[in-house]
Design a protein around this ligand. Structure first.
Ligand code: KIV
Ligand code: NA
Length: 275
């Protein structure tokens, strides 16, 4: 299993870090099989799997349940789990107990939390307490209502400067890595250069230390809206839909189950049964 030290070393040696989200055991198995460097149990869970239209309704219980499933599917891969909406803002006692549940009960190897500014002292406290923390800056979906929509961050000078400052603060607070979402690739390249912890980009160009994408987007599974920064490597919905259609059709026509799918009993038992 890789560790936070492995990721630091990968950055130093310019070996790119490949990260994908997972929410259940079978997807986690695919990722482990593909040797991804880290799995993210993202709160994108809310949209991708639970059918909500944002990450806001996702609870800590949801994250615990899904992290446990991912852990069972990928026991040898480093797992980062998102602390969901408003689970790390109230006070340190509740933040610690929430992080503890993800680490102890669910089996996460690290937690991710969104934001700079007020979140920086929290990152500091968590890392001091021995919880590996991944930061997340740029587009931070938990604050989308405040940001006024899903859009590219850090395009203007002031915004770009403050993103760079936040990234440095995240590093100084002790985070082991940083997700940078939806920022111009030049800014992502600069931030990657300026800080010594690995920067994992999503919609942030090719110069970050690694990339993260949502599992369902990568394989084209049921995603209704695919952002510009996503590359879809397959379209499994095109395989799933005809398969399900065919099954329903065959049940109706008694074409399924066939002989080979059935169980039978011995003739004499049958005779006894009918009397
Ligand atoms: O929840 C998530 O999937 C994420 C990634 C998009 C970085 O936070
Ligand atoms: Na997330």
């Amino acid at each position: 299993m890789k560790t936070t030290t492995s990721f630091k070393k990968m950055k130093e040696e310019k070996e790119k870090i490949a990260m994908v989200t997972a929410y259940d055991a079978p997807s986690a198995r695919h990722l482990e099989q593909a040797d991804v460097d880290m799995i993210l149990v993202g709160d994108s869970l809310g949209m991708v799997v639970l059918g909500y239209d944002s990450t806001i309704p996702v609870t800590l219980d949801d994250m615990v349940l899904h992290t446990r499933a991912v852990k069972r599917g990928a026991p040898h891969t480093f797992i980062v789990t998102d602390l969901p909406y408003l689970t790390y803002h109230a006070d340190l006692v509740s933040t610690f107990s929430n992080a503890k549940r993800l680490m102890q009960e669910a089996g996460a190897n690290a937690v991710k939390l969104e934001g700079g500014g007020d979140v920086i002292p929290t990152i500091n406290k968590l890392t001091e307490a021995g919880v590996p923390v991944m930061g997340h800056l740029g587009l931070t979906p938990q604050s989308v209502a405040v940001m006024g929509g899903y859009r590219v961050q850090g395009k203007e000078l002031d915004a770009a400067k403050s993103l760079l400052e936040d990234a440095k603060a995240v590093e100084d607070a002790g985070a082991f890595a940083l997700v940078l979402e939806c920022v111009p690739d030049q800014l992502a390249a600069l931030i990657t250069e300026e800080i010594s912890i690995p920067v994992i980009g999503i919609g942030a160009g090719v110069d970050t230390d690694g990339q993260v994408l949502v599992y369902h987007d990568v394989i084209g599974y049921g995603s209704t809206h695919v952002p510009k920064f996503v590359k879809t490597y397959a379209n499994v919905s095109n395989i799933i839909q005809p398969a399900i259609n065919q099954y329903v059709h065959e049940v109706k026509r008694m074409e399924f189950p066939e002989e080979k799918h059935r169980f039978t009993m011995k003739e004499e038992v049958l005779v006894g049964l009918y009397g």
